[in-house]
Each structure stands twice: as structure tokens, then as C-alpha cells.
Design a protein around this ligand. Structure first.
Ligand code: R5P
Length: 311
């Protein structure tokens, strides 16, 4: 472990500290602050020559600021002669802009992937990408972790009966199927139509949810438009208690207001993105991905299989 160094930006320092605790190492000495004009200033205060450096940074809100911090940390580490640099992105922001879904729009997820690799990242480590294909946007090795086992362990303790896993849109079927398999439960899908950035409409429910305990699974909860629509459609179709297991708590705009009025028993998220105290409502539970990331970092450092983590 003597060649392993972990740095963090300011996006999710609590998670970075917990990863270091799991690995029983100190967080690397890297200072992040700002010049008077607002530009980001980075200074590495230890020797990283020949080191295997992991830089932890979620590109969550403020996304542009956190992305820039990440790029500058990678640049500083590369110029300080690290042997290998892994960008650890517990949450990869801009992931939803992964295709041209209308004329004259960018593919920003690809642009961000280019920026990270051009800055000098040799590898990427991330969790629950919005779409699996985004792996191909990076022309360096990428390890993709899944939070499914963390959620399954949590929900299994509740000993819920008659579980149906629900995907709030057709894009999430693969993820929902993985959960349904682990829970040995049924599967249902919400036929969702997105009206705007903040509004979605649930058209139909495909599958039987009557009298069942439902767990909605998704990669992102942002404005909560998708989930509140799904909840009301599920209730109309006779669902019993409704839970949600969502990897990345973006929770922006009207999300908290919407959730307060929703018939949701519990929202379970991870700590890939910090959740502020004001957003920690009584029925929001945050599970940590620190041990999952720590184990993956250890395996990458030791040149061991990462996929073996999922067996
Ligand atoms: C969409 O494809 C994603 O998986 C999420 O369902 C979506 O991004 C959630 O956004 P919001 O909470 O704003 O509806």
C-alpha cells in the first residue's frame, strides 16, 4: 500500500475520508482553494513520483466547478510524475447528455470524458453510470461498479413480502431486472414520457403491482418528477407500500417539495453525492459506497480482478 495515494477535491470529502478509513491510510495532502478572482488553485503537498494515485471527485452540483477541480487535480498529479492516475467518479455528472436526442445539441458526456482523459487520467472508476455505453466514451480502462448489493443487503433486512421491482422508465429495465433477480421478486415498468427537464408523465404501468410491496429502482433522482409520477401511477394500480432505491441523490429544484407530498414509505440513496442536512428528511436513508470503492481501489492497485467483486 506504500505506493497508493488518495486525493480528493471538495465535492465529496466525507466519502473520500471514509474510503481512506476502510483502506487504513491517510488522505493525501492536496490543498484546494481559490485565487482572489475565483480561479481554482491546487497544490500537492507531498511527493507523488512513481505513485499509484486515485483522485476522488463526484462531478455533482456545482458540476462545472467540480469538473474543473478534477481536471486541475489530474494535471497537477501528472506533472508531479505520478506513475498512474485513476479518476474515481462516484457520480459522473453530465451523463444524461449522452446522445443527440434533437438536432443541434451536444453530446456533453463524451466531451467531459474527453476532457478527463486528455487531462491525464489513465483509468476511471465509477458507479452506476446512467447508461452502460458511456464506458465507451473513455478511451482508457474503466471499472464500472454497481450499488445493487448495498441496496439488496439493506432491503433484505426488512423482510418485505411480495416484492415487485419497478423501473420508472424503459431505459432502466436492465437495472431493474438485476434487482428483481436478487430479490426473487416480480418486475414492472412505468411507461414514462418526459415533458421537460423538470416534468415527466407516467402513461401506463406494465406488470402487476396490485397488493405488492414496490421498490422503485433508478440511477438518478434529480427533480423527483419521474418518481412522483411513478408513485401516483403505482398507487392507482393498487400498490401497497412504495420504497425507492436510487444510486445518485442529485435532489435539485423542486425535488424536496415533491417528495414531501409523495406517498413514499422510504427513499434509500447512496453517498456518491452528499445530501445536505436540510434534505435529510425522516424517510431518506443514505447508504455508503465507501467500502465498495475501497475494495475496488485495493484490487486495482494490487492488479487483481474487479469483476470478482460481483461474484
Ligand atoms: C432518467 O433516465 C433517469 O434514470 C432518471 O429517471 C431521471 O434522470 C430522474 O430525473 P428526475 O428526478 O428529474 O425526474
Amino acid at each position: 500500500m506504500d505506493k497508493l495515494t488518495i486525493f480528493t477535491g471538495t465535492s465529496n470529502t466525507a466519502l473520500a475520508r471514509n474510503i481512506c478509513k476502510e483502506l487504513k491510510i491517510d488522505l493525501g495532502d492536496l490543498k484546494v482553494d481559490n485565487f482572489t478572482d475565483g480561479e481554482t488553485r491546487i497544490k500537492i503537498n507531498e511527493n507523488v513520483r512513481g505513485k499509484d494515485v486515485f483522485i476522488i471527485q463526484s462531478t455533482c452540483s456545482p458540476a462545472n466547478h467540480n469538473l474543473m477541480e478534477l481536471l486541475i487535480m489530474i494535471d497537477a498529479t501528472r506533472r508531479a510524475s505520478a506513475r498512474r492516475i485513476t479518476a474515481v467518479l462516484p457520480y459522473f455528472g453530465y451523463a444524461r447528455q449522452d446522445r443527440k436526442d434533437q438536432p443541434r445539441v451536444p453530446i456533453t458526456a463524451k466531451l467531459v470524458a474527453n476532457l478527463i482523459t486528455r487531462a491525464g487520467a489513465d483509468r476511471i472508476l465509477t458507479i452506476d453510470l446512467h447508461a452502460g455505453q458511456i464506458q465507451g466514451f473513455f478511451d482508457v480502462p474503466l471499472d464500472h461498479l454497481y450499488a445493487v448489493s448495498i441496496f439488496v443487503d439493506y432491503f433484505k433486512k426488512k423482510k418485505l413480502k411480495d416484492i415487485v421491482i419497478v423501473s420508472p422508465d424503459v431505459g432502466g429495465i436492465k437495472m431493474a431486472r438485476a434487482y428483481a433477480k436478487r430479490f426473487e421478486g416480480g418486475l414492472a415498468i412505468v411507461d414514462k414520457r418526459r415533458i421537460s427537464d423538470t416534468q415527466a408523465e407516467a402513461m401506463h404501468i406494465m406488470g402487476d403491482v396490485k397488493g405488492k410491496n414496490v421498490i422503485i429502482v433508478d440511477d438518478i433522482i434529480a427533480t423527483a418528477g419521474s418518481i412522483v409520477e411513478a408513485i401516483s401511477a403505482l398507487k392507482k394500480n393498487g400498490a401497497k407500500d412504495i420504497y425507492a432505491a436510487i444510486s445518485h441523490p442529485v435532489l435539485c429544484g423542486p425535488a424536496m417539495e415533491r417528495l414531501k407530498g409523495a406517498n413514499l414509505k422510504e427513499l434509500v440513496v447512496t453517498d456518491t453525492i452528499p445530501v445536505s442536512e436540510e434534505k435529510k428528511m425522516a424517510n431518506v436513508t443514505q447508504l455508503s459506497v465507501a467500502s465498495l470503492l475501497a475494495e475496488a481501489i485495493k484490487r486495482i492497485h494490487d492488479e487483481e480482478s474487479v469483476s470478482a467483486l460481483f461474484e
